[in-house]
Write a protein that binds this ligand. Sequence first.
Ligand SMILES: NC(=O)c1ccc[n+]([C@@H]2O[C@H](COP(=O)([O-])OP(=O)(O)OC[C@H]3O[C@@H](n4cnc5c(N)ncnc54)[C@H](OP(=O)(O)O)[C@@H]3O)[C@@H](O)[C@H]2O)c1
Length: 281
Amino acid sequence: MPAIPAIRLFSGTGMKVEVITSPKSGLWAHFVFCQRLFCRPISLSNKAKIYHGPTANLRRRGRDGFAAMKVGILGSGDVGQALGRGFAARGHEVILGSRTPDSGKLKAWVEKTGNRASTGTFAQAAAHGDTLVLATLGTGAEQAINLAGPSNFAGKLLIDVTNPLDFSKGMPPGLFIGTTDSLGERIQRMLPEAKVVKCFNTVGNSQMVDPTYKEVEMLICGNDKTAKDEAARILKEFGWKGVIDIGGIEGARWLEALVPLWVRVGIALNNWNNVFRVLHE
Ligand SMILES: NC(=O)c1ccc[n+]([C@@H]2O[C@H](COP(=O)([O-])OP(=O)(O)OC[C@H]3O[C@@H](n4cnc5c(N)ncnc54)[C@H](OP(=O)(O)O)[C@@H]3O)[C@@H](O)[C@H]2O)c1
């Protein structure tokens, strides 16, 4: 474990929030200019681990004899690709959804990710998945859901990674929805039968799977307790210590609001592997 410089950002009664950074900062400077992050490759050692899937999603048995899920990911950017690699490396069957599923970029992703991964339209990804992930540009989320077909979301866990970032005034971004509403709530309203869980949106894509820092809990929210339990199980499978569940989907207002701060911290540190960590008893 490298030495971890920790900077406390906030200190309140019984709770401290700190940001942790790793020495890989050089790789991440690019983000400031192009607003995209690099993906960290999934370590091969993951493939040897034993993973548990929910029996509700059982379609086949993975190589370790545990249940494998069908996962549909809407969004083919750095986040979709990183999470898709993470799921596929654990034996789940992934379709990455895009408006251009046959692009050279996505063919290269499939080649690298292996035979449990393929690409499709947003509708094909949404129909395929028992577990769904929304990882589109914030301003494209509603259009992507419409292209996917809202009925394909009914009854399913939808992990919402999107952020309503507003880059119209350049860097660093603001929010195009905030304080009295959120993208998470809009998505839940659009899809009343889906079980939306806001998750992963407060960390960079390099940290989503096999995070560098093992003692960090992910901040999540959503209306459905079973869906949040399932998101927590997936996070464990991805190497996270656990979750802090901040309540119903209206909490997305504050999880999304953390992200313009995260970007400012990234600029200040010139490092995009930062994660906020809550220290608590
Ligand atoms: N990058 C990170 O590290 C990070 C971390 C946490 C959260 N997030 C959030 O996660 C989401 C994805 O981020 P990203 O960096 O992977 O990529 P991104 O560039 O924000 O989004 C790429 C995806 O959005 C889709 N998209 C863009 N405009 C669309 C439209 N009008 N209609 C339908 N789909 C549209 C693209 O579809 P096509 O495939 O058809 O082009 C593509 O799949 C964002 O909301 C971001 O704020 C990002």
